[in-house]
Design a protein around this ligand. Structure first.
Ligand code: FE2
Length: 362
């Protein structure tokens, strides 16, 4: 079932609940080149939590930790480990959007509220998504402060690596639940299905998964949704669900204009990426044909390439960003292609399985 589209302008920020926001902000700053631009905490009148807003290009990550053991954020981190709590979406009218979403079957988490300070009025509301993930609907037309009331600007000096915007945000949901959430984004948001992959597309000798991609008409919001499928061994999606203790965000895909330069700099800073076998690069010229990048450069950095009718794309995946094998980043450079790297699934998943095997979970 598909409804009229909710007018979502784009992803405003992604909030990650962490065990220690101060230390996490160093990781995202010195590892990934995000600049800390705003802070909220006891010093700014927020008594129960601290948040660091990190920015690079159009991407805003909000790192939040709570200061009390019985706080909902502490419970989230205790259960899930560090992970994405909120994919906040920018709207023109939060009150209308919230009411409409509820009417279409969404569960409300926070009724529309207005926060005021000397910089104006910030309006927001929130609904529940898969697992403990929420979507805040944020309306900031009447607000011109650094981020939100309670936040003060901070002087950070991140050295950017060319990360530009969030290309897509991927959900892992429980076996049998993919279609439920596909229908949810169709019915509540009016998103349409861009593409679907089944276990024949996405399986290795051992594990399998199914995936469908939901998106808004302008393509500013793309949400692939994965579920585990039966294979000889445990699906990597199931491993995620086991560690995360339920459904949640598997990865954020972040775009760059020059993936080779971005990945070179990230590797110098110690960011770890999944490995790709040499055999992948031997087959590459035959599979993707003429591309502008030198195969040797791609091979050196372990960058993957895929092609569709519209062009090609380069992509690479980091190792998990925290101790549990849950959230990771994909870095992507699109050269025409709108695909999600179907041609790389096999190489990618075999690489993830090598890591899974090291953890004794394959
Ligand atoms: Fe992806």
């Amino acid at each position: 079932m598909k409804s009229e589209v909710l007018p979502i302008e784009g992803i405003d920020y992604v909030e990650i609940y962490v065990g220690n926001a101060k230390q996490a902000s160093y990781f995202y700053q010195n590892g990934f080149g995000f600049t800390p631009i705003a802070f909220a905490g006891p010093e700014t009148g927020v008594k129960d939590k601290t948040s660091y807003l990190m920015q690079q290009g159009d991407i805003r990550l909000l790192l939040t930790t709570s200061l009390n053991p019985d706080h909902p954020i502490s419970r989230f981190v205790l259960t899930h480990g560090d992970g994405v709590a909120d994919i906040a979406l920018r709207v023109k009218d939060t009150e209308w959007t919230y009411k409409e979403a509820i009417k279409r079957g969404a569960k409300g988490i926070r009724a529309p509220t207005s926060l005021k300070d000397e910089h104006g009025v910030l309006k927001g509301s929130a609904i529940s998504a898969y697992g403990d993930t929420v979507h805040t609907f944020i309306e900031r037309d009447e607000y011109n402060g650094v981020f939100a009331p309670g936040f003060v600007p901070i002087k950070g000096n991140g050295e950017p690596v060319g990360l530009q915007r969030v290309d897509h945000v991927v959900a892992n949901v429980e076996e049998g639940k993919m279609d439920y959430w596909v229908e949810f984004y169709g019915k509540v948001f009016g998103f349409s299905q861009l593409i679907s992959f089944d276990d024949k597309d996405i399986s290795t000798e051992y594990s399998a998964l199914r995936s469908k991609v939901m998106r808004n008409p302008s393509g500013t919001v793309k949400f692939p949704i994965n579920e585990p499928a039966k294979g000889k061994r445990k699906s990597q999606i199931q491993e995620y669900l086991d560690y995360f203790k339920g459904a949640g965000v598997q990865h954020l895909a972040i775009s760059t204009d020059n993936l080779i330069a971005t990945v070179s700099r990230l590797q110098q800073r110690g960011i770890e990426f999944l490995n790709t076998p040499d055999s992948y690069y031997a087959e590459l010229p035959k599979r993707v044909g003429g591309i502008s990048e030198r195969i040797d450069d791609l091979k050196k950095l372990r960058i993957l390439v895929d092609k569709d009718e519209k062009g090609y794309m380069l992509q690479i995946f980091t190792k998990p960003l925290q101790d549990r094998p849950t959230l990771f980043f994909e870095l992507i450079q699109r050269r025409g292609s709108e695909s999600f790297g179907k041609g790389n699934f096999k190489a990618l998943f075999e690489s993830i399985e090598q890591e899974q095997a090291k953890r004794g979970n394959l």
